[in-house]
Design a protein around this ligand. Structure first.
Ligand code: UDP
Length: 374
């Protein structure tokens, strides 16, 4: 049977890379090709380099200030010749991006069966986050096979009348990617120029607070509040260093560089390649983020996470205690960070919690399930 794995952004690439690698080991049952839409460009290419993945098709769709209308139309139109050329039996999409939704629709038009990795996450509010909630819901309707990471996400699918036999709980493939990376970083002959340059920025005499943020729902007022909170945390804790790889989206770059460039214990740096980011997560004391992937990865490294979002499609993490939702409220971000910095017993409790997102075997589970269907 023929597999086509499609992705377009950095987080999708990180989370699909382990599946691509695992299918490369399974050529007896499947012929697998990779198609990237390149909804992101630089941040995506870095991931491909690290995981040594050479896409078979590159739609190269990233444009400055791209909007959802032309991106969606471009993906559907440009997927057509790829689908007609390769004629896949199965098309794999991931999560909740515009690539996910549009590629799933194009695959459906072609008659291929759609496999949705990281299925079943829901906020139950179709406008929040925008457009992710609607992207993943549409992908869920189009999909023939669903790979939710947790019991909870499976439950969401069953509540939408998805057939149980089409669902397999796998854990999240991001843990597969993380463990692969941690392992690769430990290899003696591994070297990476980006890790070396971030090592020069990190002040090892200080507690490192790692920050990331990119979500559309936080653009505008949200990022202004976030930046004010980070400034207060930095000023009140001179024994800490905040390191912030700033996402390339101009709506993020502007407020962050305008408000935080002058604070001496905040270092604003370019987005890091995946190995350097993993290296920095390991070196951090705690992480403040609005990222989905980072909150799934961090508990596997024993790092508490404050999540700067008002709503979440990842309630498992909040329930497990690995994540504390702080929204974009300045006081809350400052208070919860201070509590983790000051209260060692509390910090240690959080850093020992079990990760609800899995054990690093998600890709293997997807492959055995697909073998049973092929
Ligand atoms: N990441 C990275 N470099 C960075 C920041 C994040 O490689 O400078 C990785 C991170 O480890 C995680 C993924 O990118 O696996 C998360 O991406 P992002 O936060 O952009 O998206 P989300 O997970 O919210 O969809």
């Amino acid at each position: 049977k023929k597999n086509l794995i499609v992705f377009g952004t950095r987080p999708e690439a990180i989370k699909m890379a382990p599946l691509v690698k695992a299918f490369e080991q399974n050529t007896a049952h499947f012929e697998t090709k990779v198609c990237i839409t390149a909804q992101h460009r630089e941040m995506l290419d870095q991931v491909l380099d690290f995981f040594e993945i050479k896409p078979d098709y590159d739609l190269d769709l990233m444009k400055p200030n791209q909007n959802l209308y032309s991106l969606t139309a471009g993906i559907i139109e440009n997927m057509k010749p790829v689908l007609e050329d390769f004629k896949p039996d199965y098309v794999y999409v991931h999560g909740d991006t515009t690539t996910t939704m549009a590629a799933a629709l194009a695959a459906f038009y072609s008659g291929a069966e759609v496999c949705h990795v990281e299925a079943g996450l829901r906020t139950f509010n179709k406008r929040a986050p925008f457009p992710e909630e609607i992207n993943r819901s549409i992908a869920g309707r189009l999909a023939d096979y669903h790979f939710p990471p947790t019991d909870r996400s499976k439950e969401n699918l069953l509540n939408e009348a998805i057939l149980e036999e089409s669902i397999e709980i796998t854990g999240n493939t991001v843990i597969d990617a993380l463990l692969f990376s941690v392992n690769k970083l430990q290899q003696q002959n591994y070297s990476d120029a980006e890790i070396e340059s971030v090592q020069k920025v990190v002040d090892t005499s200080k507690k490192i607070i790692l920050v990331t943020g990119h979500r559309r729902e936080n653009h505008g007022e949200g990022f202004v509040n976030i930046c004010q909170a980070l400034k207060t945390i930095a000023e009140n804790n001179k024994d800490c260093q905040l390191i912030y790889p700033v996402h390339l989206n101009p709506n993020v770059q502007k407020p962050v560089y305008d408000l935080l460039s002058e604070v001496d214990n905040i270092k604003l740096i370019a987005p890091l390649n995946y190995p350097a980011f993993v290296w920095l997560m390991e070196k951090s004391y705690l992480i403040i983020t609005d990222s989905g992937g980072v909150q799934e990865e961090a508990p596997s490294l024993g790092k508490p996470v404050l999540v700067m979002r008002e709503i979440t499609e990842r309630p498992e993490a909040v329930k497990a205690g690995t994540v504390i939702l702080v929204g974009t409220n300045k006081e809350k971000i400052v208070t919860e960070t201070q509590k983790l910095l000051d209260n060692t017993t509390y910090y240690q409790q959080l850093s020992k919690l079990h990760n609800p997102y899995g054990d690093g075997e998600a890709s293997k589970r997807i492959i055995s399930f697909m073998k049973s269907k092929a």
